[in-house]
Design a protein around this ligand. Structure first.
Ligand code: FAD
Length: 325
């Protein structure tokens, strides 16, 4: 049964995030030949429209306005609500990012529709949409079958495969007015102050080097940054490392931090508490460096190195420099 799907493009730092292409591929599977469209919302974003066509969009709705330069719940929810009322898609997909997590339930409520969060797989069974999502802090997965009606879902980055771009494919582009009125906008973002980070987005990183309390100080993170640089990796942390002030909370991975699914996760001086595992246990390959052979992280790791991270990490960095040079 053909159905129509709308994906909201997830933009950050002047780029379309990869999760948008992953959601587009999922939308094409669910559409079963129906139209797949993308909502491209922001200020100065129209240049991304044709690229989205190459990744599988049939149509791109471009909504540009200076009032959409920075995300605000009022403005974005209002724009998306108008768009969804006009396009009337059966399925609306968002990235499971800060923006998607904020918008999807808000809009689902406005449409009296169902909403599924943190989807890691999509499929069709007996003609019905089936979303797979983690439960019990990632210890198990559940399948949610959509019987009928409009549905909203957020898609976890790095779990679904994006289609290869086809440069010969293009999308119809439709420019839509934002229809924003000053009175309806309760929030105005005047300035965004960016925190200094390693530059690689944790939730989309293919490799993450992560530090815990065992790193012992902010200075102790230095060898982790050096290893990350050689690997082109992002640097993450446990909550204990953040609480101790060794690093910024934006680096926290886990139940109350970021959920990540890299190809390679290198845990340094992290014990492997359940709340940390909730954020990283679905990584494809886990390497744990810990001086305690009984540390729980070694039970979930594919490769465990029992040793002092201050010896092991610099050794790894030096060896990898030789291999990757
Ligand atoms: P520890 O448990 O203290 O482990 C440090 C490890 O380092 C030990 O295994 C030790 O053997 C090893 N080590 C020490 N020195 C060295 C060395 N030189 N070389 C090698 N290894 C060494 N935690 C999160 O991470 N993310 C969350 O989102 C999160 N949310 C939480 C939510 C709630 C409601 C609660 C109650 C807790 C949450 N926690 C979270 C905290 C969690 O329970 C743990 O306390 C935390 O993950 C422990 O961090 P850690 O592994 O870095 O520290």
């Amino acid at each position: 049964m053909a159905r129509t799907c709308l994906v909201m493009a997830d933009l950050r730092g002047g780029k379309v995030r990869n999760v948008t292409y992953e959601a587009l591929a999922a939308a094409r599977r669910l559409a079963e030949g129906g139209e797949v469209s993308v909502a491209l919302v922001g200020d100065g974003v129209s240049g991304f429209a044709q690229g989205l066509g190459a990744y599988g969009a049939d149509k791109v709705y471009v909504v540009e306005d200076t009032g959409l330069k920075h995300y605000t719940p009022d403005a974005y929810a209002s724009v998306m609500e108008r768009l969804i009322r006009t396009a009337d898609p059966d399925v609306v997909l968002f990235a499971h990012s800060a923006i998607g997590r904020d918008l999807a339930p808000k809009l689902a409520a406005r449409f009296g529709a169902g909403q599924v969060s943190d989807v890691v797989d999509v499929g069709l069974e007996d003609g019905k949409i089936v979303f797979t999502r983690p439960i019990y802090a990632g210890k198990a997965f559940t399948k949610v079958t959509i019987s009928d009606g409009k549905v909203f879902a957020t898609v976890r980055p790095n779990n679904l495969s994006a289609d290869e771009p086809d440069a010969g494919r293009s999308a119809t582009v439709e420019t839509v007015g934002a229809g924003l009125s000053g009175a309806s906008l309760r929030t105005v973002v005047k300035e965004v102050v960016q925190k200094a980070t390693s530059g690689v987005d944790l939730t989309e990183a293919k490799i993450i080097v992560s530090g815990g309390r065992g790193v012992k100080s902010a200075e102790g993170f230095k060898p982790l940054y050096e290893l990350a640089e050689v690997l082109g990796a992002a640097v993450g942390a446990s909550r204990a490392a953040c609480d101790a002030g060794y690093c910024d909370y934006s680096m926290q991975i886990g139940q109350t931090g970021k959920v990540v699914t890299p190809d390679l996760y290198i845990a340094c001086g992290i014990s492997g508490a359940i709340q940390h595992l909730a954020g990283m246990s679905n990584s494809k390959v886990i390497v744990a460096i810990n001086k305690d052979p009984e540390a729980p992280i070694l039970k979930v790791a594919n490769y465990g190195i029992v040793g002092d991270l201050f010896e092991v990490v610099p050794m790894l960095t030096e060896e990898l420099k030789k291999v990757l040079a």
